[in-house]
Ligand binder design. Sequence first.
Ligand SMILES: Cc1cc2nc3c(=O)[nH]c(=O)nc-3n(C[C@H](O)[C@H](O)[C@H](O)COP(=O)(O)OP(=O)(O)OC[C@H]3O[C@@H](n4cnc5c(N)ncnc54)[C@H](O)[C@@H]3O)c2cc1C
Length: 504
Amino acid sequence: MTRIDTPPCLPVANRLESFWLTERDTELQYARTSQEIPHDADVVIVGSGLSGAMMSYHLHKDAEAAGRGLRVVMLEADEVCGSATARNGGHCKPVTFIGYRAEASKRGPEVANHLLTFEEAALGQYAAIVEAEKIECDMHVTRACDVFYREDDAESARSDWEARRAAFPADVQQGDVRIYDDAAEFEQLTGVQGGVFGASYPAGHLWPYKLATSLIRISMSHGMNLQSRTPATELSRAPDGRWIVATPRGDILAKSVVVTTNAYTSSFLPEFKPLIIPVRGTACSITPAPSHLPGSVPGPIKYTYGFRHGPGEVDYMIPRQGRGLVPGQGDRSIILGGAKGCFLHDIDQWYDNINDDVEMPGARAYFEGFMDKYFVGWNGNARGNVDHVWSGVLGYSSDLLPYVGEHPDRPGVFICAGFTGHGMPRIPGCTRALSSLARAFLDTTETIPKHSRAAFDAALPKPYLLSRERLESKENRIKDAMGQGAATKPDEATMLARAMEAKL
Ligand SMILES: Cc1cc2nc3c(=O)[nH]c(=O)nc-3n(C[C@H](O)[C@H](O)[C@H](O)COP(=O)(O)OP(=O)(O)OC[C@H]3O[C@@H](n4cnc5c(N)ncnc54)[C@H](O)[C@@H]3O)c2cc1C
């Protein structure tokens, strides 16, 4: 049963080093809990990014609370947590209104609102875990400032906000969104020049790699067996109904399988090839210029940012606020991502591209010019104080929403993948709900009880659910969302897709 050949859609060798990997957990990096892989388990988790880490954490915590043992094996194709979670912007930014009208007209106002409240809950979910487990991941809660540079884009966002506020005033008030029509006032608040309109709302940032690896360590302290450099290559059914997870090092028999492989999902489940496309993106780290250090004017940057140059073309930025449990000390690197204007026109550079061993064309020069162009008073060096530049592979789903749930054709196989570049505000809620569903499956010898399934369906925004219709859909809106599709006149669906893409 064991396949020897390695499927192509897996992390490449010699990937670029991101800022987050400068403090690697070297013990965990290539860890193998046992020399041989276990051949029997209750659950196999495939993937060790933030989704896999959070799934393992919840599964172990729930088992502990119920006084039950749980034999979990986590497989990682390459180094532990070395993919998107180690290469992202660290920005946990809920989208509070953008795209609301398009979603409401397609799916109804309640569903459109649920998509937004679901993301708004993420900050509290991160904070609860970070506090409970005392995880040092430099989590910081602040406000996101969206700076709009185009009048039509600003007008559309303003209408989205007004429509949501009229339909769900309590949620909008709870979400604490503030709108700024006065460009001068917004420039004073943000220190960013040139915007025509702005909005701010609660958001946060953290060191995603440190959070994920800390959660993996907690799961290992509960007995999880971690196997790095061990790709899961094939899934089949054993005669007794359990699942056989094939790897180049042997097979594992398991009652349940949790698939958190994001961009690389088709390497294990080929039916996801048309559904989750690897999309290459880029980010960098920047040392603050003297003008933006404590004690200077304008001084340290306080907020996180979305620079909205137009639909589908957004840069995002987080200013780290120091290290460790005592905030304000040490490193204050600025993480900046996006630069899509440099490479979107060249589709092969980003679409279905897993080569995060090379920089995105033009991105470095773009990042080097960025701070000086946008931040009032910036006095950095000739290279814009840019340190690391890296690329990473995002898992874009063909309808731009994550796939979360039990596989319609494979009972006991649970998927949490396809975060479309916007995983941070979605992964805590998705993994919390999915781990409860998986727990319900593990607890029964029959099918998952109706009440457990109903609780899962109610917890997640409906469009996230992994339905048969989505599994069989031929729709692919990714290129349209990036402004590179065949559509010449954006219809409503394209606008919706672009609004989704513009979330970061
Ligand atoms: C440049 C960049 C910037 C980003 N910025 C942000 C941001 O600021 N905010 C935000 O919300 N999101 C951002 N994202 C997206 C975010 O990083 C992801 O949504 C999130 O990290 C996904 O986590 P994950 O665990 O699902 O996937 P991953 O972290 O990619 O983890 C999947 C893991 O599965 C492993 N794997 C894959 N196939 C197999 C297999 N067959 N067998 C075993 N293991 C396998 C992979 O090696 C990987 O370790 C960004 C992404 C990139 C690349």
